[in-house]
Write a protein that binds this ligand. Sequence first.
Ligand code: ATP
Length: 310
Amino acid sequence: MSDAAVVDRVHVRAPGKINVFFEVGDVQDDGYHDVASAYQAVSLYEDVWAEPSDDFTMRVSGTVDVSGVPADDRNLALRAARLLAQRAGYEGGVHLEIIKHVPVAGGMGGGSADAAAALVACDLLWGTDLGMHELQRLASRLGADVPFSLLGGTAIGTGRGDQLSPALAKGRVDWVLVTSEGEGLSTPEVYRHLDRLRADRAPDIAPPRRTPAVEPGVLQALRTGDAAALAERMRNDLQPAALSLRPQLRNVLELGENSGALAGIVSGSGPTIAFLTAGPEAALELQVTLAAAGYAALHVHGPVAGARAL
Ligand code: ATP
């Protein structure tokens, strides 16, 4: 492997995700949980530019509050670049410019999208050409949601969420997202809270199943593109924990569901709320209603492709 860069500058775009179904198993001895997730990639993207450099450096900006994002080796994108260099025996470095549009600590996998984008960008910049299979393997070492941001579309994830199989999905789904700018939720804290609620046998909290699995009705609704059927079957086991930590999210869910949404769900560990709608017009109407009530509401659609060079 030569350390002469092959191209000057690479621009990669990677999507955020919504979990339309998320079942969480019991906590394991190592503190992690097995999960079963139905992911959908949506049209809210992270932009990552990679340029040749002797070192590993980065700069982060965006249309969302990025004050909580480290711009050093704690950043998942820089860790992705270093991991790829190590795997490929590349001796140079990279400068990454990240422009974030996915809310930070919002439950939409923004950091994972940055890491997926960095893998694709550095692979192209350095000409390492590892191939999708190997990039997927590196992605799963970086975090549970990184492989999905590489893959995109609609997919089922098991294990930690990183053992992926693409799911058949018909048509386009229109979502309205309500974000909580600058008020993210820590994913580990939400899991710990769910464990506590389960240990206390809190009302409305079902005990965990041994082997989480995506319900067949969810797969069927995705396959047939039946938004109303999907709305009835969406479920997120982290939702009661996120709502218990952030009770005001209940008001958002109630307003959206009373204002034309087919259903609302906490995305991942929250606090972003995703409303499923009947189509583009319904989404636009809902977005206007939520914005008029003072909420930050975005209209996005899915499924979209995974991390790609532009
Ligand atoms: P997930 O749903 O995958 O658990 P999330 O969408 O809730 O994640 P992220 O925005 O991906 O949350 O990141 C959560 C934390 O990770 C941030 O608070 C930040 O400290 C750290 N982090 C590391 N790298 C990044 C990055 N590139 N972008 C954002 N946060 C990052």
